[in-house]
Design a protein around this ligand. Structure first.
Ligand code: NDP
Length: 296
């Protein structure tokens, strides 16, 4: 069997086009321009590229984009004060603070300072709680992107066995909530799970969010399973020349394609969905802040 490839890049393009339509409607019918503020501390080059990409895509869908760059040694209180200003700024509907933060800043303090109404990453305890009990609000971006790809590929997920490898607050835990909502039977695996290969072999849906290159082997995948690879890992690629690297996921891709029914590639799978879902969340928060029903 050779798996079909789930093209996240293509799906994300379509999603951004739909978001642009919602933005147009919010502007014309309600005079609202959704605005996303991104705060970056320091000059980490990967974060800079990621933030530049977010700003570009925000502008492309017609939203307002606000970028705040702070020096790496900015006092914690100064960052908290900026967040408070953004909380009360009517033009800002989403606030994203790029992680990781320098060691002298407590990320929990920063997350808790963000108004839940503008928490487009769905990091605040209030929004995590809403997600858990199924109230409307922003949904963690990467898991939301995975869910969209799964629904698009499978239609209904009801009754399927889903195994999530990784239990982070960023990916694994919110992913479990979303799959439960869609009536999957969810298993969460982690570093203490016994006999991980056997656990993964039960799954109709495998979500790999571990951060270990190609750890999930091809022969762990049940024939026909749908595999969503969240991992982004850079490994040496001497075949491309000295010192060259390439990106791989947490799944050993080529062998996995022999048994999976469908699989996301890395790059070009989940990655492009994350930013698109951030924009979708900004439309959601802009709608809710203004007493409107967010687009489904
Ligand atoms: P974390 O490091 O926060 O969590 C990793 C999880 O994997 C932990 O729950 C850990 O278990 C588990 N784990 C580690 N080793 C093993 C093992 N040998 N067997 C089973 N489970 C194991 O990572 P994130 O969730 O933040 O990210 C995961 C990956 O996804 C990374 O590659 C990251 O770069 C990528 N990512 C991609 C995004 C995208 O847009 N595509 C967005 C966010 C992340 P334990 O809890 O027991 O320690």
């Amino acid at each position: 069997m050779s798996a079909s490839v789930i093209d996240g890049k293509h799906f994300a393009e379509g999603l951004r086009a739909r978001i642009a339509e919602h933005v147009k409607r919010l502007k014309s019918a309600h005079d609202i321009t959704p605005g996303l503020a991104v705060v970056i501390v320091g000059h980490d080059s990967a974060s800079q590229i990621y933030v530049a990409n977010k700003a570009k895509q925000t502008a492309e869908v017609g939203m307002a984009s606000f970028k705040h760059e702070l020096p790496v040694d900015v006092p914690e209180q100064e960052l908290l004060d900026l967040i408070e200003q953004l909380n009360t700024n009517d033009r800002v509907h989403g606030i994203l603070v790029q992680m990781p933060l320098p060691d002298h800043i407590d990320p929990n303090k920063v997350i808790n300072a963000i108004s839940p109404a503008k928490d487009v990453d769905c990091f605040t305890p209030a929004n995590v709680g809403k997600l858990t009990i199924g109230l409307p609000g922003p949904v963690s971006c990467t898991p939301l992107g995975c869910l969209m790809l799964l629904r698009d590929h499978l239609g209904t997920l009801s009754g399927l066995d889903a195994v999530i490898v990784g239990r982070s607050n960023l990916v694994g835990k919110p992913m479990a909530q979303l799959l439960l909502r869609d009536n999957c039977t969810v298993t969460m695996a982690h570093s203490r799970t016994r006999d991980l290969p056997e656990v993964v072999r039960r799954a109709d849906i495998v979500i790999a969010a571990v951060g270990r290159p190609q750890m999930i082997r091809g022969d762990w995948i049940k024939p026909g399973a749908v595999v969503i690879d969240v991992g982004i890992n850079r490994i040496p690629a001497p075949e491309r020349g000295e010192g060259k690297t390439r990106l791989v996921g947490d799944v050993d891709y080529v062998p996995a394609t022999q048994s999976a029914g469908a699989i996301t590639p890395v790059p070009g799978g989940v990655g492009p969905m994350t930013i698109a879902c951030l924009l979708a969340n900004t439309v959601t928060t802009a709608s809710l802040i203004n007493g409107l029903v967010p687009p489904s």
